[in-house]
Design a binder for this molecule. Structure first.
Ligand code: KBB
Ligand code: ZN
Length: 268
């Protein structure tokens, strides 16, 4: 199953779906939109923020597919087998998928920035509040429904854990292609230090842009090789039937106004 979010009926019904998701689509009443620039010196240390506790079961991994925006690795979220708790959250959240955003070059690609610093890519691990809701599709509509961990990627040494995922990408080059993918531990993509993070209340960064996300952006990045990122860029936005093939790059949203929100840090 996993949480394949289609832009179903949501608070923010968009006039149209943008195939190339770039436009700074205005969201009615959107005062907690994502992504944002994290201004480090304006973030507020909060000693009550706990370390993140992730318990991921690699057996709940189900498939990897190209949804026309990114590629998603989806997990069986019908039980509490892969969960996130701690951090700023009171409740337990269930992992449903992870995906990435990247650029056409290593000079940009991340959605969030730190003091305007861009990274070549950003990983999002998406979880929903299974203490309060019974489906991702429900949680995605609620203020405290989702928790997304953001991890910055830098170009450097090859990431051995990522390679299994990279090797599966040629099989899902086109939009809507899916391959079975199991026994992948998403914990291997987290940095060694997950105690240091920034957290703020925001939104999904692709339609329907619902303002239901507690974001936790890791201070420590992970390293992947140039060649591994190049395989991300070999994916296509377009389906096999379309004649114009468009390479899947720059699949990040433009940054959104902070609107007075506080960004808290779990570290001094
Ligand atoms: N980029 S995101 O983590 O905000 C996101 C997660 C989803 F599950 C669905 C849409 C999204 F845009
Ligand atoms: Zn994302």
């Amino acid at each position: 199953r996993g949480c394949n979010l289609t832009a179903c009926s949501s608070k923010y019904v968009l006039s149209q779906m943008h195939p190339m998701w770039q436009g700074p689509l205005v969201v009615p009443g959107g005062d907690r939109q994502s992504p944002i620039d994290i201004v480090v010196r304006k973030s507020i240390f909060d000693s009550k923020l706990k370390p993140l506790v992730t318990k991921y079961d690699p057996h709940t991994c189900q498939q990897i597919w190209n949804n026309g925006y990114s590629f998603l690795v989806e997990y069986d979220d019908t039980t509490d087998k892969s969960t996130l708790q701690g951090g700023p959250m009171e409740d337990k959240f269930r992992l449903c998928q992870f995906h990435f955003h990247w650029g056409e070059t290593n000079a940009w690609g991340s959605e969030h920035t730190v003091d305007k610093k861009l990274f070549p890519a950003e990983l999002h691990l998406v979880h929903w509040n299974s203490d309060k809701y019974s489906l991702f599709e429900e949680a995605v509509m609620e203020d405290n429904g989702l928790a997304v961990i953001g991890v910055f990627l830098k170009v450097g040494k090859r990431h051995e854990g990522l390679q299994k995922l990279v090797d599966a990408l040629p099989a899902i080059r086109h939009k809507n292609s899916v391959v079975e993918f199991n026994r992948f531990d998403p914990g291997c993509l987290l940095p060694t230090n997950t105690d240091d993070y920034w957290t703020y209340h925001g939104s999904l960064t692709t339609p329907p842009l619902t303002e239901s996300v507690t974001w936790m952006i890791m201070k420590q990045h992970i390293e992947v090789s140039h060649e591994q990122l190049a395989v991300f860029r070999s994916l296509l936005f377009t389906s096999a039937e379309e004649d114009m093939q468009k390479s899947m790059v720059n699949n990040f949203r433009v940054q959104q106004p902070l609107r007075g929100r506080a960004v808290r840090s779990s570290f001094n």
